[in-house]
Design a protein around this ligand. Structure first.
Ligand code: SIN
Length: 281
C-alpha cells in the first residue's frame, strides 16, 4: 500500500503515500510492521491537528498523559495526551518544554517503571536550520558491543534518575541529585528484550545521574562511560532535518534520540504523544 524506503543504512524509513488522518486497519498493519523493522518512521507532508495526532497515536496503544512542561502546564487544544515542545514564549511564558537547548542522547521517560513504548512527534513550526533530531539504533549498538564489555554488563541493571529532563532542567518538585547510589529512580536491565521483535537492545536511558546497581560508584561511572562512548558513535545514528508537517514515530525500546540546539530567535513548535509501555525485561 505504501512506499517504504530506508533513510539511512542503520535506522529509520520514510513512508510515502500515507495520510495519517485516515489510517484504516490494513494501513495500520503495514505501518506497524515497518516500524518494527526500522525502529523509526518518517511521514512527510501530513496535515493533521492535535486530535488527529492523538487518534493516530492511539492505534499503537493507550497514551500517556503529557507531563507538565517547565511552567507546570501540560496538554494542548483540549488533548491532555499532547506535549508541546517549544522555545516560543507568549506573555513572557514558555508555551512548551525544552526551549531551544540541545537535548542529549536519551530514551523517553526511562526513569519510569513502565517507560513509553514509543513517541510520535509532529512538526508544527520549525526553524530553517538547527533543531534536527537524531535517532540511533540500540539493537546495532548491542550487536557490536565488544564481548569484553558485553560479558561485564550481562544481567546488570541501571538505576535511572528522574530529577532532570533531557534538556538538563530540574523537573517540577524534584531534588537535585547529590548521591546517585541512593537517589530514587526506576531500575531496568542494561540489555533489554524487545517484547514484539524478541531482539535484544542496549537500554541506557540517559547518562546524567545514572548508576549501575551493585557496583562501586567509580566502577559504575567507568562502565557507563564505556557504554555511552560506544552507543553514541555516529555510525549508529541518522539525523532528521524537519519540515513542517513531518510526523516521526520512534520506538523507545530499541532506539535513542537527541536534538540539536537552534537559534532562540526562531520559532520551533512540536507536538508529541507517547504510547504507554510495559516494564522492560
Ligand atoms: C525529545 O523528545 O527529546 C525532543 C525531540 C525534538 O524536539 O526534536
Amino acid at each position: 500500500m505504501f512506499d517504504i524506503k530506508p533513510v539511512s543504512d542503520v535506522i529509520g524509513a520514510e513512508v510515502s503515500g500515507a495520510d495519517l488522518a485516515e489510517v484504516d486497519d490494513a494501513a495500520f498493519d503495514e505501518i506497524q510492521l515497518a516500524w518494527m523493522e526500522h525502529c523509526v518512521l518518517l511521514f512527510r507532508d501530513q496535515k493533521i491537528d492535535a486530535g488527529e495526532l492523538v487518534a493516530f497515536s492511539k492505534r499503537f496503544g493507550e497514551l500517556d498523559i503529557a507531563p507538565p512542561n517547565e511552567n507546570g502546564e501540560g496538554g494542548f487544544g483540549g488533548f491532555s495526551e499532547v506535549l508541546v515542545l517549544s522555545n516560543v514564549k507568549e506573555n513572557g511564558k514558555a508555551i512548551g518544554a525544552l526551549g531551544n537547548a540541545e537535548a542529549q542522547w536519551h530514551t523517553d521517560m526511562n526513569y519510569l517503571d513502565k517507560p513509553p513504548t514509543g513517541s510520535v512527534l509532529l512538526s508544527v513550526e520549525v526553524p530553517d536550520k538547527g533543531g534536527d533530531t537524531g535517532f540511533s539504533n540500540m539493537y546495532r549498538a548491542l550487536e557490536d558491543l565488544p564481548s569484553s564489555i558485553r560479558q561485564r554488563v550481562e544481567g546488570l541493571k541501571i538505576k535511572h534518575d528522574s530529577s532532570t529532563n533531557s534538556g538538563g532542567y530540574l523537573r517540577e518538585g524534584a531534588e537535585p541529585v547529590t548521591d546517585v547510589t541512593t537517589c530514587p529512580g526506576a531500575i531496568h536491565p542494561i540489555i533489554r528484550t524487545h517484547p514484539e521483535t524478541g531482539r535484544k537492545a542496549l537500554y541506557l536511558g540517559r547518562r546524567r545521574s545514572a548508576y549501575i546497581m551493585g557496583m562501586s560508584l567509580e566502577g559504575s561511572e567507568l562502565l557507563l562511560d564505556e557504554l555511552w562512548a560506544h552507543a553514541s558513535q555516529p555510525k549508529y545514528a541518522w539525523h532528521h532535518q524537519w519540515r513542517i508537517g513531518d510526523v516521526v514515530i520512534w520506538d523507545n525500546r530499541c532506539s535513542m534520540h537527541r536534538r540539536d540546539s537552534f537559534d532562540d530567535s526562531k520559532r520551533r513548535i512540536m507536538h508529541r504523544t507517547q504510547i504507554m509501555g510495559d516494564r522492560p525485561f
